[in-house]
Design a protein around this ligand. Structure first.
Ligand code: SF4
Length: 501
């Protein structure tokens, strides 16, 4: 879960990079970084925390140059420390790189590098990819690299670096400052690009372009490398692709609703999810007095659901925008108080009512449990919860922070199979399995009812081919058991805190 931006401009671009990163702040809050190219120099600044905390006017002044890349990070491989913050820089021949997603075969890449006596300085998975790319470039010639060299080097790199990723690179090619953008062969992680009179921008989400008043042109296609130089039309190179399976979770939770991915409005998908969720709720013959979203992601779906059910829609929580994240609080009591500070209920909307809450997903369920207690304390008569996605019961190895099975709240309530397992390794989840999860989790969360969107409803809301492996276990990019184990172990080792989604 990260965000990146790359800009090539007719003016110094670091201020614009910082602005774009602020628009992408929801994609990562652990660290932020900016790197530029200026007169054969590669200034890079990386800071822990929010973009606005680390990049004021003084910092921006130290980053001159008309080409640069920026990154906001929430780690899914490696830690949240400064050592793992992006962008990364490699001195020979001088390359900046940042990415979003996960590379899944890191031990193999690390071994390749070790065999060539290349030592890594971080646990971040983009560093070995950058090193391999730089080595592949240098293998082609010692200096004066061309666009053709870079494409061949990237092709060789992606044959060694497997994963779900989008990435941005800044370097000198054909004697000119050059920005490259690439996307994995299945297009799991997003990347868009756009242009204005003054600059070209690539980014994880179109909201970064909006912040700069840059017109969205389109997506980097799955398996494609795009090459941008000032004063030239972009060049497109199609490398290996296996079709398009974008991450559905971007639409469900992660992306901002005002973003467009793969030509599709995230907001409109969330409206569809709400309409389909209304049908799942209706099928249960339950009743409620009011629909209230748990802010912010589920607002569009809650509105659409209320419209379908002809129920009043109300805001039940006021969100304090100026509090920090709850998981960094040292103990449960402080976290509870911090949650109340962050999400204060409007008592009159809950007291004496049968409330239908709407949320986007349940991953770990820790914040949700506390939120439900807060609502009970307001005197709600009944609390029903509707989720605009199916139960998350399989880990994600592709760059969303839920990569171990034990952390998934819903997985604990799958019905046992005949062989004694919980069905995680079995076939596509059935409606019976979903009902089992709904009943068990409703009891655990002290809810009067819990309704998930069924898998069939998800398909109706988003009919295009996509990755929905965390819901159905059908991983479009196959991983070996060894690769899965390595990613799970990395998360267990690096995560030293309670994570809240
Ligand atoms: S497994 Fe889920 S979160 Fe991960 S890429 Fe697929 S849809 Fe997205």
């Amino acid at each position: 879960m990260c965000g990146f931006v790359g800009i090539i401009s007719r003016h110094d671009c670091s201020a614009d990079i910082v602005l774009a990163l602020q628009a992408l702040q929801h994609r990562g809050q652990d660290s932020a970084g900016v790197g530029t190219i200026h007169e054969n120099d590669f200034p890079v600044a990386r800071r822990l925390g929010l973009v606005s905390q680390g990049f004021g006017p003084d910092e921006i002044e130290t980053l001159p140059g008309q080409i640069g890349i920026g990154h906001v990070r929430y780690p899914t491989i490696g830690s949240g420390s400064l050592r793992d913050a992006q962008p990364f820089w490699y001195r020979q021949p001088g390359v900046l790189m940042a990415h979003n997603g996960n590379f899944i075969n890191i031990p193999k890449m690390n071994q390749t590098l070790e065999d060539q006596s290349v030592h890594l300085m971080s646990r971040c998975d983009v560093e070995p990819v950058l090193c391999i790319f730089a080595l592949e470039l240098m293998r082609r010639r010692n200096n004066s690299h061309t666009t053709e060299d870079a494409i061949a080097a990237l092709e060789a790199t992606f044959s060694q670096a497997v994963g779900a990723y989008s990435l941005v690179v800044a370097l000198i090619l054909d004697g000119e400052e050059t920005l490259l953008a690439a996307r994995d062969p299945l297009g799991i992680r997003p990347a868009v690009w756009g242009q204005s009179d003054n600059c070209t921008v690539v980014a994880s989400e179109s909201v970064a372009l909006d912040a700069l008043d840059v017109k969205l042109v389109g997506d980097v296609a799955p398996g494609e490398v795009m090459v941008f130089k000032t004063g030239h039309e972009p060049k497109r190179f199609q490398l290996k692709t296996y079709g398009s399976t974008p991450c559905i979770f971007e639409y469900i939770y992660f992306a901002r609703p005002d973003s467009f991915h793969n030509g599709k409005s995230v907001y409109s998908v969330r409206l569809n999810l709400g309409r389909e969720l209304a049908r799942a709720w209706q099928a249960k013959n339950l009743d409620a007095d009011v629909v209230i979203p748990i802010p912010d992601t589920s607002r569009p779906s809650a509105g659409a659901l209320a419209e379908e059910l002809r129920l009043p829609y109300r805001e039940g929580f006021i969100k304090n925008r100026y509090t920090g994240r709850t998981f960094i609080m040292p103990n449960a009591c402080e976290r509870n108080n911090a949650l109340k500070l962050k999400l204060n209920p409007i008592r009159s909307e809950f007291a004496g009512r049968r409330v239908l809450l709407v949320d986007d997903s349940i991953v770990r369920g820790t914040t949700l449990k506390r939120t439900i207690q807060i609502i009970r304390d307001q005197g709600a008569k009944e609390i029903h919860l509707a989720i605009h996605s199916p139960p998350v019961i399989f880990p994600c190895y592709y760059g969303i922070d839920m990569s171990t099975q034990e952390e998934l709240a819903a997985a604990a309530f799958l019905p046992p199979c005949e062989d004694g397992t919980n069905g995680l390794a079995g076939s596509r989840p059935t409606l019976e399995m979903q009902a089992h999860v709904e009943n068990g989790l409703a009891r655990r969360l002290s809810l009067d009812s819990l309704t998930y969107l069924p898998l069939a409803g998800l398909v109706k809301a988003f009919p295009e081919t996509c990755c929905s492996a965390c819901f159905d276990g059908e991983y479009p990019l196959k991983l070996s058991d060894q690769e899965k184990t390595w990613i799970e172990k990395d998360r267990r080792t690096c995560v030293q805190r309670e994570l809240v989604l």
